[in-house]
Structure formats: structure tokens, C-alpha cells
Ligand binder design. Structure first.
Ligand code: CUA
Length: 330
């Protein structure tokens, strides 16, 4: 076991600089060290046997090649020592890998009881994170050195939450809750990816994880939660527009995305899919947020999810004020 540990640690030294390895960014969670150790052990074993097999094969090809005048010898039928060797050594290796892999899997699936809980909603194609008092953000903010438990679900298809720096990846499935946990060990900003192909903008389904230094997470949460009181309605609306996923499908610069651009539409008439038209006013915006299928703009698919129960009245009002501010030139 000591020899295996040394082999694993040697490969860590070989593969890992201060900013992470060739394979992974720097590990900044409590489990990263264990995941990397096992990964590097498996890598070292694979490289060792790959080189051994290729070397022996090359040697044999040259040494036992067919020569003029020499007939082929009969193949050996049995070699007990050789067969025991190639059975026992791999059994020991896979048992060691299983032991550390299973232990790590159990540790990574069981969150500590005092973990801070954050709800995660995935939908095509953005992430939203709901904090204990109901504040929702598009970034995952967490305190350093404290276990955080994620309770995750999806509004549409299967997504997968992946934070390479924490070495965690977990599928997010519609109709059920999946869980993941981690404890970040370094303040900073890290990338969060969707790791399950979920359609057109899968590769753009990104978020930032912000690990706050001791004491600063609570200050951030307090300040962020009060944005409706501290910001003007237009600014609050802009923030909601970005944070709640609107901008994934609606541009504000006139470009058509999955949904129509919202530049300069407020107060103007819009043609609808059924051939009629509607003037974009407060009531139409509110209806479209709560009942997106009611009046779909011509030329677009009815794919918008409802925000019924997910946006408060004051938040819808702020979004309306923001849309009014997008006057545009037409
Ligand atoms: Cu969500 Cu890929």
C-alpha cells in the first residue's frame, strides 16, 4: 500500500503545478485532494502498463521474428506461475482502486448535517440559485470553509452541474431532486459548467461560483437580498432580467434569439402567431411572464417557461420598468 501511495504521489508531483495539473484546475475543495490522488494513481498504473506492454511487445517482435530456414515452434500450452501473476496483480490493483473509489463516493454523496443549503434550478439555458431566505441569483455564492449542500432540479431536460475546481459533477433531472455538496477551501471565483448536452445553448450554460472570505458571505447576501429596496426599479429590472434567465432567450440590442428582442418593443404593436396583434403594455408583459403561451409573437416557437410563482409582483413591475427604458430607435 505504501508503494502504491508513493506511486500516486509521484504522479501528482509530475502532473500538478501550483495552478493545477495538465488535467484539472487547482483543487479548492476538501475532496479535491482525494479525487486527484485516485485519478493520478489510475493514470500512473495505466501509463506504467501501457509502456511495459508496448516495450515487451516491441522486444518480442524483433527477437522472435521469423527468420529464413527456421520453422515456428509449438506454442506453450500452460504456465502456472505466469497465469497466477497476471491474475493476482490486477486483482490487487482493482481492489485498491475500488476501495478508494467507493470510500470517496460515499464521502462525496453524504453532506455533513450542518451544511448550508442552496436550491439550484436548471433550465434551458441558465442556472439559478435560491438562498435560504428566498433571494435568487445567477451566480453561486458560498462562504469559504463551510460545507454547502445543493438541492437541484430541472424545469425541462437533464442538465449536469459541474465545478471542476471542486471536483464535483452531478446530474440535474426534471421531476426529482438530486443533491451534491462541497466545502470550498480558497476564496475566489470559479467556473461552473453544464456537463450534459441539453440543446442549442448547452455550451453557453455557464455560471460563476464566488467563494467569499470569512464573514463576507453574510454581508453579500444581506445586501443582495435587498436589491428591490436599494435599487431604482429600472436597475432592479435589469438585474432580474439578467439573473432570472430572461437574457438567455431575449436580447436587448435588436437581435432575434430563441425569443424576440425586447429593444424598443414597449408601447408598440407586435404581430402574433395567430395573425392578430397586440400593443406591448404593462398588462401584456405581465401576462407573457405568467402565461407565456397566451399570446406568442409571430415567428417564434412557444417555448418560454412560465414564471408563475417564481417572480413576485414587485419583481414583475421592475422588469416592466426596465423594458420601458429600452426605448431603442424604433
Ligand atoms: Cu444544460 Cu447542457
Amino acid at each position: 500500500m505504501t508503494a502504491l501511495r508513493t506511486l500516486g504521489e509521484m504522479s501528482v508531483l509530475l502532473a500538478q503545478g501550483a495552478d493545477g495539473s495538465f488535467w484539472m484546475p487547482q483543487g479548492v475543495s476538501t475532496v479535491a485532494r482525494h479525487v486527484d490522488w485516485l485519478f493520478n494513481l489510475i493514470l500512473a498504473i495505466s501509463v506504467f502498463f501501457f509502456l511495459l506492454i508496448v516495450a515487451v511487445m516491441t522486444l518480442f517482435v524483433i527477437r522472435y521474428r521469423r527468420r529464413a530456414g527456421a520453422g515456428a515452434e509449438a506454442s506453450a500450452k500452460h504456465n502456472t506461475a505466469l497465469e497466477l501473476t497476471w491474475t493476482i496483480i490486477p486483482v490487487i490493483l482493482v481492489t485498491v482502486i475500488f476501495f478508494f473509489g467507493f470510500k470517496g463516493y460515499l464521502d462525496m454523496s453524504t453532506a455533513p448535517a450542518n451544511a448550508y443549503e442552496i436550491l439550484v434550478d436548471a433550465q434551458k439555458w441558465n442556472w439559478s440559485f435560491t438562498y435560504p431566505k428566498g433571494y435568487v441569483d445567477s451566480s453561486l455564492h458560498v462562504p469559504v470553509n463551510r460545507p454547502v449542500r445543493l438541492v437541484m432540479t430541472s424545469a425541462d431536460v437533464i442538465h449536469s452541474l459541474y465545478v471542476p475546481a471542486f471536483r464535483i459533477k452531478q446530474d440535474v433531472v426534471p421531476g426529482r431532486y438530486s443533491k451534491a455538496w462541497f466545502e470550498a477551501t480558497e476564496p475566489g471565483e470559479y467556473e461552473l459548467f453544464c456537463a450534459e448536452y441539453c440543446g442549442t445553448s448547452h455550451s453557453g450554460m455557464l455560471a460563476t461560483v464566488v467563494v467569499h472570505p470569512p464573514g463576507e458571505f453574510e454581508i453579500w447576501l444581506e445586501k443582495a437580498s435587498n436589491f428591490l429596496e436599494t435599487m431604482t426599479p429600472v436597475d432592479a429590472g435589469r438585474k432580474l432580467f439578467q439573473v432570472r434567465g430572461c437574457q438567455q432567450c431575449h436580447s436587448v440590442d435588436g437581435t432575434a434569439k430563441v425569443g424576440p428582442s425586447l429593444l424598443g418593443v414597449f408601447g408598440h404593436s407586435q404581430p402574433l402567431a395567430d395573425g392578430s396583434s397586440v400593443t406591448v403594455d404593462e398588462n401584456y408583459v405581465r401576462e407573457s411572464v405568467l402565461e407565456p403561451m397566451a399570446k406568442v409573437v409571430a415567428g417564434y416557437e412557444p417555448v418560454m417557461p412560465t414564471y408563475q410563482g417564481r417572480l413576485k409582483d414587485a419583481e414583475i413591475m421592475a422588469i416592466i420598468e426596465y423594458l420601458k427604458s429600452l426605448a431603442g430607435n424604433g
